[in-house]
Design a protein. Sequence first.
Length: 94
Amino acid sequence: MRKTTKNNANVETTSCKVALVTGGTKGTGKAIVKQFLDRGVHVVTNYRKDTATADAFKGEFPNAPLHVMQADLGDLADVAQLFDFVQAEYGHLD
């Protein structure tokens, strides 16, 4: 169950757990994402350029609280977009 509260900016947020997992569409990152989702954690993850793999990964979890975004962690603007999304969507990161 999600509890709605207000943050310091008087914006509604939820008390759900939120994780950011880098490289979550393959390998170890994918395993970590699955563990978080199994525990009810909302997950934001990224892929660098393999859109086909990212789309297939999203398809494995059609109703999960999962956001998969393209972001190259070597690009500071992409990193900023990941954190901006988390802030806008959830208001926090656990």
